[in-house]
Each structure stands twice: as structure tokens, then as C-alpha cells.
Ligand binder design. Structure first.
Ligand SMILES: *Cc1c(COP(=O)(O)O)cnc(C)c1O
Length: 371
């Protein structure tokens, strides 16, 4: 019988569209005079270094820069990343956001029937990329989701496990998996590819890049979307051994990182001072927020990234109340192990004081909002 319509792949039919609603639409609808506090997606709360805008404007002065393809493979950016990370440029692959890198990893290393392990609860996109390859990852959770998942992973990983994904610091728990634990995992299973997602590395200062020279089965993924403040430009990168890079290069599209993203990322990287200042500020703001929310009776988990987790009896009510005063946060309470938790992005001290001021106004009407 002739098909009535073109059929997508079976693996794709099993997927639901990404359902997270961006707060951007709601932000545009805010009444005049209400300044939005966008604290839902862990972006920087301030614009990037002015040097990023300057570099992009200057780049556009030659209009050909838009009709020509970008620097293939982001060669210049990779060289700058080599001096930033200490990893040779040949072992770095720049991608269209780190999401694109995770997808490339799955397309290169995962196929139907493979065993894939994910340290849960974590960033959900990796699951989508694995499922698109026909694999339902095994979610491994320590007894307490705010615990380092190393022991749970060691127990769960099998000799035939193909890929393991761990975010460190983890989103949304802020938990860092120590470098020695990653080293032990990699050494114990040389046939397994370990992906360490360091999207929040700058806030923790802990990195596994030092292991790359001796661990051929390790990949470290990072992004410019969080501390560098250019989520809108979509730039991420992966660092790995020569052999992993060689395999990824078979499918890698060297045109996929747009020219403005490359120029912006390069400028962001060059402004070391502005990055350091923002990281210092976020750390200070994080302690402030943990302290002040606790003082108001909330149960708060800080962690090592640019967000905190608050546990309340009614997460939905808290999210809605904050929205009514122009604050956008992320309800994470549907995630297994994170019942009751709402994630709040941490930005500058000034933004956090603003947030606390708005919360205090809400508490006058609903005194148990944070309980
Ligand atoms: C935000 C985030 C990403 C996404 O990064 P992009 O570079 O914007 O695609 C990846 N991994 C984790 C853990 C994140 O929290």
C-alpha cells in the first residue's frame, strides 16, 4: 500500500517537541515600568563585555563578512581557546552551542541497542539526542540528588556501557564531581566514552581538562552561553583526545558556527577582566541569596554554579507569584528526586537584591510563599 504521508524515523516519532516555554514572550508583555528579571535559563543577567559588541560591529563594517562563509572550523577561535584552556587547538572542536556538540557526540557514538548512562537529575537535552539514536539512557541517581554521583555511576556502569554523561557542576543541583572521581571512572572503563559537561566551569573553577592528555576516553564540553553572556550567539566547544576528535570530525560540519558567533566568542574570551569580575560577583551574589532566602525561612541549596535551588511546598504558586512581579524562574519539581524544587539563576548582587525586594513585597501578602 502506498504511504499516505512521508514518515519520519521511528526514533523521532517517539520524541515530544521541546516543551519548555521561553519567558521571552511574557517578558515582552510586561507592563511598562516593570523591569524583567530573567532568572530561568541560567544566562548571564548582564550583557556581555562591551568588546563583544564592538568586535561584531567592526566585523560588520565589511559587509562581505555576511555573504562569505565563516572561518571554517573556527580556526582563530580554537587557537584562542587553546591558550584559555591549555588544551592544544587540534583537540578542540567548536560547535553551534554545546547542545550541538552533545548531539554530535550521540550521532558519532550512540546507536540502537547501546547502553548509555546519565547521572540524574540533570540537563535534559542529552536524553533527546540519545533517544534520537534509538537509545533510552539509564538514569543513575545517588540516594540524595545533591550528592556526588561517582559511587552510583561506578555501580551502574557495565563493561559494555558505550557512553556516560555527567554535568559538573551539574544543572540543576550545582554538584561538582571531583576530578579524581572522573579519572577513576575513565581508568576503570577504557571502552566507555565519558562526557563531562562543564557548562558552568567558570563558576566552580574545577575542570577535567587536565585529564585529557592521559584519558583517551574523555570528552569535556563547554559553552559561551553562561558566564560569557552570549547565549544568543550559540557557541560551545568540546575538548577530547586525538582519536575522539578524529571520529567526531567525520560528521562535524565546519560551517555550523556562524561568523558573528565566532567573532563575539573571540572578543569575550579576550576580555579576561570582565569575565573574572562577573564570576566573582556571581559567587558573592550566590552566598547573599542563599543567606537571605534562608533567613526568610526557605530551604535553599547553593552549589557551585550560577543558580540556587529552593524547595517549597507549592513550587507552582511560587513561580506564578514571582511572574506577577516580573521575575522568571524555573520549576524543576517534576524531575525525579527534585520534588518541590525551583531553580533561580544567580546574577549580579544588584539583581539579587532587586529579587529579594520583590520577594519581600510578595511575602507581605503570602507570608508562607517560601515554606
Ligand atoms: C545551559 C547548558 C547547556 C547549553 O549550552 P548551549 O551552549 O547554550 O547549547 C549545556 N549543558 C548544560 C549542563 C547546561 O546547563
Amino acid at each position: 500500500m502506498e504511504a499516505q504521508e512521508p514518515r519520519p524515523c521511528r526514533n523521532v516519532l517517539g520524541l515530544a517537541p521541546y516543551d519548555a516555554v521561553s519567558s521571552l514572550a511574557a517578558i515582552r508583555e510586561l507592563p511598562e515600568g516593570v523591569e524583567p528579571l530573567k532568572l530561568d535559563w541560567n544566562e548571564s543577567t548582564i550583557p556581555p563585555s562591551p568588546r563583544v559588541i564592538e568586535a561584531i560591529v567592526k566585523f560588520l563594517e565589511n559587509a562581505h563578512h555576511l555573504n562569505w562563509y565563516p572561518d571554517l572550523g573556527a580556526r582563530r577561535l580554537r587557537e584562542a581557546l587553546a591558550s584559555y584552556t591549555g588544551v592544544p587547538a587540534e583537540r578542540i572542536l567548536v560547535t553551534n552551542g554545546s547542545d550541538d556538540g552533545l548531539d554530535l557526540l550521540c550521532r558519532t557514538y550512540v546507536e540502537g541497542g547501546d547502553d548509555v548512562v546519565v547521572a540524574w537529575p540533570t540537563y535534559g537535552h542529552f536524553l533527546v539526542f540519545a533517544r534520537a539514536r534509538g537509545v533510552e539512557p539509564r538514569l543513575v541517581m545517588p540516594p540524595d540528588p545533591f550528592e556526588v554521583p561517582a559511587a552510583a555511576l561506578r555501580d551502574a556502569i557495565r563493561p559494555d556501557t558505550k557512553v556516560v554523561y555527567v554535568a559538573s557542576p551539574n544543572n540543576p543541583t550545582g554538584v561538582v564531581t571531583p576530578v579524581e572521581e572522573v579519572a577513576r571512572l575513565c581508568r576503570g572503563r577504557p571502552g566507555t566514552l565519558f562526557i563531562v559537561d562543564e557548562a558552568y566551569y567558570e563558576f566552580s573553577g574545577v575542570t577535567c581538562t587536565g585529564l585529557l592528555a592521559e584519558m583517551p576516553n574523555l570528552v569535556v564540553a563547554r559553552t559561551f552561553s553562561k558566564c560569557f553572556g552570549i547565549a544568543g550567539l550559540r557557541v560551545g566547544y568540546m575538548m577530547a583526545s586525538d582519536s575522539v576528535i578524529a571520529h567526531l570530525s567525520r560528521l562535524y560540519n565546519p560551517k555550523s558556527v556562524n561568523a558573528l558567533g565566532q567573532v563575539g566568542a573571540l572578543a569575550a574570551l579576550e576580555d579576561i577582566e570582565s569575565r573574572k569580575r562577573y564570576v566573582r560577583e556571581v559567587r558573592e551574589a550566590r552566598s547573599l541569596l542563599v543567606r537571605e532566602l534562608s533567613a526568610r525561612g526557605a530551604t535553599v541549596r547553593g552549589g557551585e554554579a550560577n543558580f540556587v535551588m529552593v524547595r517549597v511546598s507549592s513550587p507552582h504558586r511560587l513561580v506564578k507569584a514571582l511572574e506577577s512581579v516580573g521575575v522568571f524562574v524555573r520549576d524543576r519539581s517534576q524531575m525525579k528526586g527534585l520534588e518541590g524544587f525551583v531553580r533561580i539563576t544567580v546574577g549580579t548582587v544588584e539583581h539579587m537584591r532587586d529579587l529579594l525586594g520583590r520577594i519581600d513585597r510578595l511575602l507581605q501578602v503570602e507570608p508562607d510563599l517560601l515554606h
